[in-house]
Ligand binder design. Sequence first.
Ligand code: FAD
Length: 338
Amino acid sequence: MALTLEENKSLVPYHTFGVQAQAAYFVEVSSEQDLPAILGLPHSPKLILGGGSNLFFTKDFPGLVIKNSIGGIRVKEEGSDWVIVEAGGGIVWHDLVMWTINKNYGGLENLSLIPGTVGAAPIQNIGAYGVEFDTVFEELTAFHMLTGEKVKFDRADCRFGYRDSVFKGAYKGKYIVTSVRIRLKKKNHVLALEYGDIRKILQERNIPEPTIKDVSDAVVMIRTSKLPDPAVIGNAGSFFKNPVMQEEFYEGLLSQYPDIPSYPVGKGQRKIPAAWLIEQAGWKGFRQGDAGVYDKHALVLVNHGSATGVEMHQLATAIKTSIEDIFGITLESEVNMI
Ligand SMILES: Cc1cc2nc3c(=O)[nH]c(=O)nc-3n(C[C@H](O)[C@H](O)[C@H](O)COP(=O)(O)OP(=O)(O)OC[C@H]3O[C@@H](n4cnc5c(N)ncnc54)[C@H](O)[C@@H]3O)c2cc1C
């Protein structure tokens, strides 16, 4: 297929924060076959764009943005109670979740309605409501951005962590993920109901023996009531990661803040909700011009209309500094800042 290389392309329709930004060059890829030609283009740097729901443009992008639209969902292998599904990197994540639910393949239900594409899911090991992507991950196919070499990554290669993988570390910006394989269950589904209000909603709906579809519906309901819809208010979901700290540090905080919520995460460490810290620091609902903090969830920074990348960045920096000053905790960004 002939490729269309566009110049000075507005990125506003291609990311969820709604800040003005342009790509010097822009191309869309819809099949692996077109990749060698695209990766061979001289324009640099190159940035892979999925749904733009975890990207924060503080300025224009001076190189080539490659929009991944590689499609296709297929069953690759199956047994009596398991199935391996392969999906193209450009497939919308929630479309894949709905495809699996409709076939009664269990494993993705708690990850319903996370924005973005399949190819981006392994990048930050997406997670929600007690489940992380790596629990279903089998293998992915990627192309090296410089050499064009096609490579398979298994779980160990990906080095998954909390909102983390090798693609955010040593291999940051070095590969484009073109397809992902996941292993799901065809029966005897293991449901994760303890996180958030899932169980409460199922009880309210009088569903004592929920199906994966019931769990997915509950997750969708919770998410729509708590998180801003990027089509209405610009945002990129959680702006910061939940900080993880040693127990001793946490004990010190607990003596000062007896209400501080936390979760043990093993290895003598605890995770504290960044939203709680930001709310305590008085930022929830804050607004300056069009840059603000969502009034229903302090971890989500929002663009009420025409905030610039610089204004949003200033707000994020002010929040980070105040959390350091008050709690002695350095927040790390979850969004990818450009
Ligand atoms: C309202 C809202 C709620 C959210 N909730 C959650 C949540 O519950 N849990 C969660 O984990 N995340 C959440 N997010 C963040 C976001 O949905 C995920 O990070 C998602 O995986 C991003 O996908 P994307 O296709 O939009 O990636 P993009 O934003 O386009 O890209 C993100 C990063 O991945 C890279 N990338 C994208 N595609 C590829 C590829 N195919 N190959 C190589 N690199 C690639 C990009 O270069 C960039 O560095 C939320 C975001 C929003 C806006």
